[in-house]
Design a protein around this ligand. Structure first.
Ligand code: GLU
Length: 495
């Protein structure tokens, strides 16, 4: 497949597609970051190209310890494998900006020699004063209005700035379409800071060039800077890669950008809570992309086949955690029981005090078979299954707050439950036999399932809801079911 694609792209006379994910190691990876990585990965995979990981660590103050490992682990966990990167190397190593300073220096000197970059002689206080002057005059601040006539020789201790060439731009963004700006947005931005490190604005352009990147996929926060990047590409004599700007991810309600409070959490936390990587990938792909059909569940291979930049939407994509829950549930329902068991075989997904007699694969698989239908993520399991592992004390509020059952007196309920017990006692507790007996009981008592089955369910589980009653009783077994019904009967007698 890969070979075919390679052959295909070469025969079309195109450069093989190379995309990159270029996070700064400043924290964990949330859905927005993963989405950028995912779109870049999909584009590379569907074209037999390469997907590159690069760390943009030139803002030393913002670096967070452990973030690099965390970022790599997040990509591995979601199956977004990269072909070249800081830990595995590659033909364009190193893939870490702080190790590429010599490259930036070389290109910077070239710009200086060509008269397209100069040392900034001002102190930051002076620049701040220019900014305030502009504010005062209600003018946008442009550094180039203060460009020095005779800048000092750049000795590496001053910031190095681009000598920009202000002009209008028109360009095509693979997602946002045709865009244009006037000369007023072009300015002399900093290429190399006074600490010797390049800015993102400079470094990413050099890296993308040296790493032969063909497509830049990044968030909307960079789009306003693109005209300045285009100005720099020209000064460097380079052709810009294809640019694709993905829309913001919006909070579930309202029209603001997603923040941590709205569920913009670490994707690894989702995985820890029992969200499936495939479901997360499916969900994240759908934040701003669809294939034009009604299909919502996509396998990874389908995403690779169907993804395209021109179907990425321009407007913000709403982050809806309910939809993620639904989608993960749909992925869980597709699992075979063996696989479901394997994925949930962790102490944190089972009730804490699971007694040894029920702590075995066979029994847990029976429980999983019943719960699979309603399970949205694995960490829900202990809350949904305690009664399969322990006799919960009789909870009288389950009856007193039940819409139907609260209309009956304890004596009436006791008669109903005694009648049920007598029939169940005769059962071999196979699901079929239980179902037949339950149906017979409906006829005998003249009650509706919402009444009779609720009563038996509450008695045998002490939970407000459970999977199908006959199946649940079958898994609980005769002894436990009758014991629990007896406890309920005793409680009804005591009222
Ligand atoms: N280092 C930038 C960030 O973390 C990457 C932007 C880009 O993809 O070019 O936001």
């Amino acid at each position: 497949m890969v070979l075919f694609h390679l052959f295909f792209s070469y025969t079309k006379g195109m450069k093989p597609i190379r995309t990159r994910f270029a996070p700064s190691p400043t924290g964990f990876l949330h859905v927005g970051g993963i989405r950028t990585a995912l779109f870049a990965w999909l584009l590379a995979r569907q074209n037999g190209g390469q997907f590159v990981l690069r760390f943009e660590d030139t803002d030393r103050k913002r670096e967070v310890e452990g973030a690099r490992d965390h970022l790599m682990l997040s990509l591995h966990t979601l199956g977004l494998d990269y072909d070249e990167g800081p830990d595995i190397g590659g033909p364009y190593a190193p893939y870490v900006q702080s190790e590429r300073l010599a490259s930036y220096q070389k290109w910077a000197e070239q710009l200086v020699a060509a008269g397209r970059a100069y040392a900034d002689p001002y102190s930051s206080e002076e620049v701040q004063a220019f900014r305030e002057q502009a504010q005062h005059a209600k003018q946008p601040f442009l550094y180039r209005n203060h460009r020095p006539d005779n800048p000092p020789v750049w000795d590496g201790t001053q910031p190095l700035r681009l000598r920009s060439d202000p002009k209008p731009y028109q360009w095509h963004d693979a997602v946002m379409g045709d865009l244009s700006t006037g000369p007023e947005v072009i300015d002399d931005f900093i290429l190399i800071k006074s600490d010797g490190y390049p800015t993102y604005n400079f470094a990413h352009i050099i890296d993308d060039q040296e790493m032969a990147i063909t497509h830049i996929i990044r968030g909307q926060e960079f789009i306003a800077s693109v005209p300045n990047y285009l100005n720099l590409y020209e000064a460097l004599g380079l052709a810009a890669p294809v640019m694709a700007t993905v829309p913001h991810i919006l909070a579930p309600a309202g029209n603001k950008k997603l923040s941590k409070r709205d569920g913009s959490k670490d994707v690894l936390d989702y995985v820890r809570e029992g969200f499936m990587p495939d479901a997360l990938v499916n969900f994240i792909a759908s934040l701003g992309w669809n294939d034009g059909s009604e299909q919502e569940i996509f396998s990874r291979d389908e995403l690779i086949q169907k993804f395209s930049l021109d179907r990425v939407q321009r407007s913000g994509a709403r982050f809806d955690e309910q939809r993620l829950l639904w989608m993960n549930g749909a992925w869980i329902r597709q699992l075979g029981l063996d696989e479901l068991y394997r994925l949930t075989d962790k102490p944190e997904f089972w009730p804490l005090d699971t007694p040894t007699e029920y702590d075995n694969r066979g029994y847990k698989t029976q429980v999983l078979a019943l719960i699979q239908e309603r399970l949205k993520y694995f960490a829900e399991l202990p809350g949904l299954t305690p009664y399969f592992f322990t006799d919960l004390p009789v909870d009288e509020t389950l009856i007193s707050t039940h819409k139907q059952l609260k209309k009956f007196s304890p004596a009436e309920l006791k008669i109903m439950l005694e009648q049920s017990r007598a029939s169940l006692e005769q059962s071999d507790f196979s699901p079929t036999n239980l179902q037949n007996r339950l149906n017979d009981l409906l006829e005998q008592t003249g009650q509706k399932p919402a009444i009779l089955f609720s009563l038996i369910r509450i008695a045998s589980t002490q939970a407000p809801a459970s999977p199908g009653l006959a199946d649940t009783l079958a898994v609980l077994g005769k002894e436990r079911s009758l014991r629990r019904i007896d406890a309920q009967l005793a409680a009804l007698a005591a009222v």
